[in-house]
Design a protein around this ligand. Structure first.
Ligand code: DAT
Ligand code: MG
Length: 151
């Protein structure tokens, strides 16, 4: 099995009807969805997921935003999935995100930047365990895979 990343389509993505478009960006890249669910964060979950940011001044606003609507949680799999998702997302502040990236094409504000993607394979492992039980993740082959990765 190749690498997996935890992706969250944040409340702004759900509210703006961008779920399909954002999932398509990742599927078009060749990435495979190994797990997917609609869910709503509560404070303990937000604190666990954003543990590195809990003490930051923006955490209150971030947590409130992340709990304000359902989100889509996904396990996204493929060769170098963590970096592939990060590059597809664009940088954290959409003001600086390159056109062609999700944040560069669809967002304007750091507090409404549409998507989360794990920042390293180690973070991915930690975050996937927060959002998915083992039986919610699927290891399956797609016939297209040999046309996406050489090995
Ligand atoms: P990323 O989501 O690109 O991994 P991060 O992990 O540094 O960025 O921060 C998590 C989220 O917190 C980010 O998507 C938006 C919010 N955030 C980060 N820095 C912020 C800041 N200076 N002001 C307001 N919100 C911020
Ligand atoms: Mg981050």
């Amino acid at each position: 099995m190749s690498e997996r990343s935890l992706v969250l389509l944040k409340p702004d993505a759900v509210q703006r009807g961008l779920i399909g478009k954002l999932v398509s960006r990742l599927e078009d890249r060749g990435l495979k969805i190994a797990g997917m669910k609609l869910m709503r964060l509560d404070l303990p979950l937000a604190r666990r997921h954003y543990a590195e940011h809990v003490e930051k001044p923006f955490f209150g606003g971030l947590a409130e935003f992340m709990m304000s609507s359902p989100i889509v949680a996904m396990a996204v799999e493929g060769k170098g999935a963590v970096e592939a998702v990060r590059s597809a997302m664009g940088v954290t502040n959409p003001q600086s995100a390159a056109p062609g990236t999700i944040r560069g094409d669809f967002a304007l504000d750091i507090g409404r930047n549409l998507i989360h993607g794990s920042d390293s394979p180690e973070s991915a492992e930690r975050e996937l365990a927060i959002f998915f039980a083992e039986e919610e993740l699927f290891d399956y082959a797609r016939d297209s895979e040999r046309w996406i990765t050489e090995s």
